[in-house]
Ligand binder design. Structure first.
Ligand code: DO4
Ligand code: MG
Length: 299
């Protein structure tokens, strides 16, 4: 069972999507309201949704025909780093902070008890399916980071899984790791979606395939895949560090680190399109726009 949000006649609809891809609107605005109400009724979220939709009628449209929105307006998106060997290798390649024969900060964090957890995005900076990812104007080496996202409650319970794109500027971080916030956070630098898969309906979250495709002039120029079984950490371990002595909010998303890095010579360009797929969740597709195309919406 998955959860989506879509726009219909200027109205936002929250809906459940069954394994048969039937779409059932739900009488709530937000996934976390469903989670909370299920708890009040002492039901699992799945049982509660099944009770809500049973006997009801799905909509006539297919998911592909809907104007999908970000599946949850996450108050905050946090991200884990260097949780896969692939990410460690890529960071060690790009960093100027290396001395022959010595461990880098990336080697150390990969092996340390404490993981790297960093602040990634706010609701206003986070985009959903088909919204444009913007490129920074001061970076020449920008890539998508395809990641599994954990949707958590304020208590740190993992209630859903989504797909995230933790956009990254390899040259900015590579110049100095203290530039991390600038290498990671800017307008439209974080995408999540297209759906939230209820955690209780995922048989083994440590065996999810992640595929990344990048298209340029409609030609496939990058295609890479990996599996969450390569993750060095446990999800509850990452969450426990995030919530430790911290206040987190219902619907926070924690990205779990990238296991896919495009070839080192690759950088995104205006008009590319990024697709990130986790078959159990869906395909998160976003066009790429250079900063010159950005419209300032919050002024
Ligand atoms: O250390 C910097 C960021 C790492 C990261 O975002 C990742 O491994 O996914
Ligand atoms: Mg990342």
């Amino acid at each position: 069972m998955r959860i989506i949000r879509y726009l219909e006649n200027s109205r936002v609809v929250l809906a459940a999507v069954t394994d048969e891809n039937a779409v059932y609107p739900l009488p709530f605005n937000d996934f976390m309201d469903v989670v909370r109400e299920a708890k009040n009724k002492q039901l699992s979220t799945l049982s509660y949704i099944q009770a809500l939709i049973s006997g009801g009628k799905g909509i006539e449209k297919e998911i592909a025909e809907l104007n999908l929105l970000v599946p949850i307006v996450a108050p905050e998106v946090w991200a884990s780093g260097v949780t896969y060997e692939k990410s460690r290798e890529a960071r060690n390649y790009e960093t100027s902070e290396k001395t022959a024969g010595q461990e880098t900060c990336y080697d150390r964090v990969y092996n340390a008890e404490r993981p790297e957890i960093f602040f990634k995005s706010t609701a206003a900076r986070t985009i959903g399916p088909n919204d444009p990812i913007y490129l920074r104007s001061d970076s020449n080496w920008q890539i998508p980071e395809p990641e599994l996202g954990l949707v958590i409650t304020r208590e740190g319970e993992i209630v859903g899984y989504t797909i995230g794109n933790d956009m990254s500027c390899r040259d900015i971080e590579g110049e100095n790791p203290l530039y991390l916030p600038q290498a990671k956070i800017w307008k439209n630098s974080c995408a999540i979606g297209p759906a939230i898969r209820l955690s209780e309906t995922v048989e083994n979250p440590y065996n999810l395939q992640i595929i990344c495709r990048i298209y340029r002039n409609n030609q496939l120029v990058v295609e890479e895949s990996a599996n969450t079984r390569q993750l060095k950490r446990r999800y509850d371990e990452l969450v426990s560090f995030l919530v430790r002595d911290n206040e987190v909010f219902d619907g926070t998303v924690l990205l779990t680190g990238t296991c896919i890095v495009p070839p080192d010579h690759f950088t995104l360009q205006d008009q590319d399109r990024i697709e990130i797929e986790i078959p159990e969740i869906g395909v998160l597709s976003n066009p790429v726009k250079s900063s010159a195309h950005q419209t300032i919406t919050n002024k």
